[in-house]
Design a binder for this molecule. Sequence first.
Ligand code: HEM
Length: 357
Amino acid sequence: MYGVPNSEHRHLRRLTTDPINGHRALALYVRYIEVIVIPSLEELAAMNRPIKFFNEMKRIGFKVIAQVFLGSTKDSVLSSMVKYYTELFPGVLFLPFNIPGFAFHRALKARKKLVKMIQDELDERRATTSVEDRKKGMVDLLMEVEGDKGEKLEDEHIIDLLLLILFAGHETTAHTIMWALIYLNHHPEMLRKAKEEQEMIIKRRSSSQKGLTLSEIKQMEYLPKVIDESLRRSNFAFAIFRKERVSFVPGYTIPKGWKVVVWHRALHMDLNIYSNPKEFLPSRWENHRFKGRTFIPFGAGSRTCPGADLAKLEIAISLRYFLLNYKLEELNPKGPITYLPLPRPADDYLARIIKLP
Ligand code: HEM
């Protein structure tokens, strides 16, 4: 949706909000997140060797978003999607030379294959009379959606959206999961509290229940504060760009037509808003008193992140399974942190995941 003119953007946002972030959608996605996160963490722990934690979380995050998009699907479709996207991604960051041997050329070829694969998927689903609700993914919800005048999303829009969310929806969540675990690891009393909350949720449920429900996730009180504080302290996005009249920070009025860069990190570390801003303090989120435009990890206004609730869901589920079953052994705890473009350990957080007895 980047670069889409405002009127078309508004229309697309109206049609895509429910399939990405609506209650019915999120309830479906819990299962798909679990299906990827649980075995992936198990696999990492079983390797019993140092890993670059950030890179592994990105790999898991990518699979999660692909699974959420497709819903119940053949493993071969999911793995082709991962393969083509892995070939496409490096080309996005390279010079646009469409010449054999260049990354951009390989990326265009991979994009073609990815687009054909998704188009085949759309055609196949359309030919099937009806997909059971519990097997639906975001793609099915996007195909069902209708605007006020009964208009549907075009296939081209669905495919573009998929490419965008594959890009926007995996590194961002991986980054937040990593930082939440780093902070918890460095604050054992918070780690214990977060873990106890998850154990309490298990105690309250009936013995026949399998997997998490959305209502259990809504019962969590402490973990969302840990997530908000991680987003404040080490947010993924470093800036958003806006034109026209904005007044993100109380006391500033920006004339219409001016172009503005809003620097998240400065806002989230502003002493006038957050006391002891350098400290990791989930308790500062009691009563949600900093919400609104003093806390904008997902941006603000009409182009605010449409995946915010989905992202928080994925982060909460990943942290939950991690806290209940594993611990992190940091292998380079005093290693340097880089800050541009993102705050992250320079070694991509070298660690070992240890399964708890
Ligand atoms: C912790 C995780 C995430 C963070 C911190 C984050 C942050 C952001 C930010 C700051 C923006 C720009 C908003 C603005 O300009 O005001 C954005 C846009 C966007 N994000 Fe996210 N995001 C996250 C996860 C996700 C996920 C999981 C998805 C998948 C659905 C997603 C999809 C998008 C899309 C499609 C846009 C473009 C929206 C538009 O142009 O209308 N993001 N995100």
